[in-house]
Every structure is written in C-alpha cells, then in structure tokens.
Design a protein around this ligand. Structure first.
Ligand code: S6P
Ligand code: ZN
Length: 214
C-alpha cells in the first residue's frame, strides 16, 4: 500500500530496518565501504606507532550508504561503525572530508558508544569537538571538515544524513590534515594543536633515542 508524494509512491522501499550492534550487521540495499588501518597511511601523527599497529592491520570502520532516491533534493543516510582503538595516543578516527558541494550541511545522530565529531571550518581554520553518543545529534554546517572519533572502549555507531548532491572531498584534507588532534592524555580525550603535538612527539622520540644512546 502506498501514498503518492510528488512522482513517487511511498512504500516499503523507503523504510529500512538496521541493527548496527548485531555481530555481523547487514543493511539491505545499502552500499558498504570499509577502511582498514592501511587506508589511513599518513593520517596519524605517531608514525612509529602506526607502523607497529599495521602488522595487525585492523578494520577501523565500516559505513553503509543508503540512497533511497538519487534526485537533486534527495538525502543519503550513512550508517557508521567506528571501532575503538588508538595509534599511539590518538584515538581511532574516520578519514574526514569536506563535502564537494561546500554548502552542504549534514546531521549526525549518535546511536551507541562514545565519541566526538572533530569540526574544522575551511576558511577560518576554527575547530572544535562536539560529543557524539546515544541521544545526541550534531549539526555539521557547510564549509566544515568533519571526522568521527571513537574515544570509548566499544564501537561508536551513528547515522550521518546528507544531501545526494554533497559529494566527498578527501583530497584537500589528505594534503593538509586537520589542524587539531584528539589524544588520550591521562585517560582524558584532549584536543591539541596538531603541529605542536607532532613537534612534541618528534622531540620525545629524539630524547628517547638519545637516552638509548642511538
Ligand atoms: C558522509 C558522512 C559519513 C562519513 C563516514 C565515514 O558525508 O559524513 O557517512 O562518510 O563517517 O567517514 P569518511 O570521512 O571516511 O567518509
Ligand atoms: Zn559528510
């Protein structure tokens, strides 16, 4: 049974059930993308820790994209599962992107787990983290790079809802990276300036090496 809306009949094809906490989640009629640690080469500050962890090459996240309609005014729903883990002191995260159509905003809905969205404005470079957890939504405005970060011990699951016109621009960030990093400092997620953190890491590395007499 359906009801007419514009040129489309509303039907079961417009409704989807999902369970991201199932042992092997499957989302019918959605496209699955997977990213392993090896897909995040160059993204984490601590390169030694990255190389070490690469031996296991864990799955970092899965995203299903459900496109119920492909017209200009339609929406895509992304279902994300981001695993817990760290590279050095940096929590596992998604690659992060701008939307190709810079004006396109997005709404994230937290379903389970604990984490944050790292947001960075393209023009001002201003950045912040917004908590993403159950019963939390985050509005990502246009012109804003966004990355999901899992700061908990269990998978972080969420929805991201955005325009079919949005598109993804990964290149701009792959080159310059986010200006901030979220690291575990004495058990607390702490937002730090990336370049300062990198300098600190390198100096520590040098000190450790000199302590070892290398
Ligand atoms: C899409 C939306 C999410 C991300 C997902 C994975 O606009 O923001 O569905 O695709 O969180 O992140 P990324 O940066 O690898 O696409
Ligand atoms: Zn997005």
């Amino acid at each position: 049974m359906g009801r007419r809306s514009g040129d489309r009949i509303l039907s079961d094809a417009l409704s989807l059930s999902f369970d991201l906490l199932a042992p092997e989640p499957e989302i019918a009629s959605a496209r699955l993308g997977e990213r392993y640690l090896s897909d995040l080469n160059g993204y984490f500050v601590d390169e030694d820790a990255y190389i070490q962890k690469l031996a296991e090459n864990p799955l970092v996240y899965r995203v299903w994209s459900w496109e119920a309609g492909s017209g200009e005014g339609d929406l895509i729903c992304g279902f994300g599962i981001l695993q817990p883990g760290k590279v050095g002191n940096e929590f596992f995260f998604t690659k992060g992107h701008y939307h190709e159509w810079r004006e396109a905003a997005e709404i994230y809905v937290g379903l389970s787990g604990e984490g944050y969205l790292l947001l960075e404005h393209e023009k001002s470079g201003e950045s912040c983290v917004a908590p993403l957890a159950v019963n939390r939504i985050v509005y990502v405005p246009g012109y804003t790079a966004h990355r999901t970060i899992n700061t908990g011990n269990v998978p972080l699951t969420y929805l991201g809802i955005y325009s079919t016109r949005a598109g993804h621009d990964y290149g701009a960030l792959a080159e310059k990276q986010f200006l901030s990093v979220l690291v575990d400092r004495d058990g607390k997620p702490t937002l730090l300036d990336r370049s300062a953190y990198r300098t600190q890491k390198t100096q520590k590395g040098d000190n450790q090496r000199s302590e070892l007499g290398e």
